[in-house]
Design a binder for this molecule. Structure first.
Ligand SMILES: [Zn+2]
Length: 209
């Protein structure tokens, strides 16, 4: 199902035009190399063959994993509407993200068999604690892995380029799933943004019950 568009990109240095491949649809099984470039966050990279000028592109595309049953739509800036799905994708988990880092995170969460809404609740709990430690509320946490009974997150603090890693016990994840069960949380049929804001709304709802 991978769909490819070839565009001409003009390098700002010498003005020559070069071909650039855009992918509006990426399929997990058919395009393992494109999946890897999402995980490496290099899918949008463009480099001029003549002068090595580098630019990061951004364009909307959908990523489909038929085996795991999920579809993630990247809409840069969050403004674009979900792309029209060529297939109905009934019963698929549907997510919308704003950038490659968020797309990568969704793939890592779903490939690990985790529920991203519960993961967002874990992040919320973790960030509440570490915000105080770093004395900075503009932290960004990304799911990293599950190992030795712990869920690990990469935390980006605005001043630092490199992330710092923090883990929580899997118990926190299990409790988060319990919160969702208590609230009878069900995934909307449509493309949904599952992020820190949704986690905040769920927690407020839970505290009011
Ligand atoms: Zn150039």
């Amino acid at each position: 199902m991978s769909t490819e568009i070839v565009k001409d990109i003009v390098c700002p240095h010498f003005g020559e035009s070069q071909k650039y491949r855009l992918y509006t649809g990426i399929n997990a099984e058919e395009n393992p190399e494109l999946k890897q470039s999402i995980l490496d966050e290099t899918l949008f990279d463009w480099r001029c063959q003549r002068c090595n000028y580098f630019a990061a592109m951004a364009y909307p595309f959908i990523y489909v994993d038929n085996r795991a049953g999920y579809i993630v739509c990247l809409a840069p800036g969050g403004s674009g509407r979900a792309l029209e799905s060529p297939e109905p994708f009934g019963g698929y988990v549907k997510r919308r993200v704003k950038n490659l880092a968020e797309m990568k995170e969704k793939i890592m969460i779903f490939d690990r068999g985790c529920h991203d809404v519960a993961v967002e609740l874990v992040k919320n709990a973790l960030c509440t604690i570490i915000k105080k430690r770093y004395n900075d509320s503009r932290l960004h946490a990304y799911f990293s892995r599950v190992e030795a009974g712990k869920m690990e997150f990469a935390i980006f603090v605005p001043r630092n380029l490199e992330p710092v890693y923090h883990s929580t016990r899997m118990e926190v994840y299990n409790q988060s799933q319990e919160v969702l069960r208590t609230l009878d949380y069900t995934d909307p049929e449509d493309f949904t943004t599952v992020d820190a804001r949704l986690a905040q709304r769920i927690i407020e709802q839970y505290q009011n019950t």
